[in-house]
Design a protein around this ligand. Sequence first.
Ligand code: FAD
Length: 287
Amino acid sequence: MKTSELFKTKKVLSFEIFPPRRTSSVNTIYDTVDKLKNLNPDFISVTYGAGGSESNTETFKIASTIKNKYKIESVAHLPSINLDKSEVLKMLDDFSGAGIENILALRGDINPDFTPKSDFKYASDLISFIKENGDFNIIAACYPEGHIECPTIVEDIHNLKKKVDAGASHLITQLFFDNNYFYSFRERAAIAGIDVPIQAGIMPVVNKKQIERMVTLCGVDLPKKFLSIMERYENNPDAMRDAGIAYAVDQIVDLIAQGIDGIHLYTMNNAYIAHRIYEAVHSLLIA
Ligand code: FAD
C-alpha cells in the first residue's frame, strides 16, 4: 500500500530503523522487527547511508523482508547524492521486483571526503526521476527549523514546495524538541500551498552523546526544559532513558491534540523504547 493512502483514514504511526553496523549480525535487526511488529505499525522505514557505508546493501534486503515476510508496509530510504541515474534505475527495478512501493527520496548529506555525483543535485531531481521511471509512492524530508544549509526559512519552504510539485505525496520531518517550531512550519507550509500529509519525526533521546551528535548534524534547537533533563541525568542511564521517553511522550500527546497527521518514531533500533512510547500514546492515536 502507498503510505499516502494511510492518512485518509487514520493518524499514522511508523518506525524508522537502520541496518546494523558491520560489527553486528544483520539478524539483530530482525529481533527488533519481531518486537516492533507487535505494535502494529502502519509502516517501517529503513535508512540508507549516503556516505557509501557497507550497510547500504542491507537496506533493500531489510525493506523487502519487512514487506514480504513480516507483511508490514516498508519504506526504503534513497539518498542520491553519490548515485548516478543507472544506479538508481537498478535500485528501482529491485524495489518493484520485491513489491516495495514506497521510497523516501533524499539528497543525502554532503560528505567532504566524497565528490558528489552530478545526476541528482537536489532531492527534487530524484523525485522527478523516480516519477518518470515507475509507479512508486514518494515521500520527502522536511525541516521545521529550516534545513541547516539553507540561508532562510522562506527559501527552504519554497524548495520544499518544489519537492511536492515534483511528486512527493507525504512528508516526514527531521527531529525537533520544541513543538512550536513544528506548528509554525505547518502554517508556513500551508501558506506555500503544500497540502500533503506531514508526519512529525520524534526522537526519544536516551543519552547525551546521541543528542550532541544530532545537534551538530541537524542544527536543531534544544529547549531549556530539555537541557535541564540532559544535565541532571547524564550520569544515570536509567533515569535518562525514562526522562527521554517521558519527554517524547509529552511531545506526541501535544502533537496529537493539535491534529497531527502522524508520528514517525526514530527508534534507533531500540524496540523497548518504542514499546514504552506506544503504551503511553496508542489510545490517543485511535481516539
Ligand atoms: P534537499 O531537499 O535536496 O535539500 C537540501 C538543501 O538544498 C536544503 O537546504 C534545501 O533548501 C536546498 N534546496 C533544495 N532544492 C533546491 C533548489 N532547487 N535550489 C536551491 N536550493 C535547493 N540521510 C541519509 O543519508 N540517509 C537516510 O536514510 C536519511 N534519512 C532521513 C530521513 C528523514 C525523515 C530526514 C528528515 C532526513 C534523512 N536524511 C538521511 C538526512 C538528509 O539526507 C539530509 O538532511 C540532507 O542534508 C538533505 O536531504 P534532502 O532530501 O532534504 O535534500
